[in-house]
Design a protein around this ligand. Structure first.
Ligand code: ZN
Length: 79
């Protein structure tokens, strides 16, 4: 049985696939910007970590993810 530190595991994950989504990592081990994008971290005013399934921050009650459904100004790849 091989026990690696979490940091080592994350380093390997970064080498294999650099955060393409779907990877489950400890949110405290990734950059805060990534944690926010993945829905783990409350935006800077709070910084509280919780599960992405929690739409609102359990600490400050603010929505963690900014859903830009209005306006339709998507930043997808335009060919
Ligand atoms: Zn918060």
């Amino acid at each position: 049985m091989e026990i690696k530190s979490l940091a080592e595991i994350i380093e390997e994950k970064k080498e294999m696939s650099s955060v393409e989504g779907g990877e489950v990592v400890d949110p405290r081990q990734v950059p805060s910007s990534v944690a926010e994008r993945l829905g783990y971290r409350c935006p800077p005013r709070c910084g509280f970590y919780s599960l992405p399934s929690d739409v609102t921050c359990p600490n400050c009650g603010q929505p963690k993810v900014t859903i830009s459904a209005q306006g339709g100004h998507s930043v997808t790849c335009s060919t």
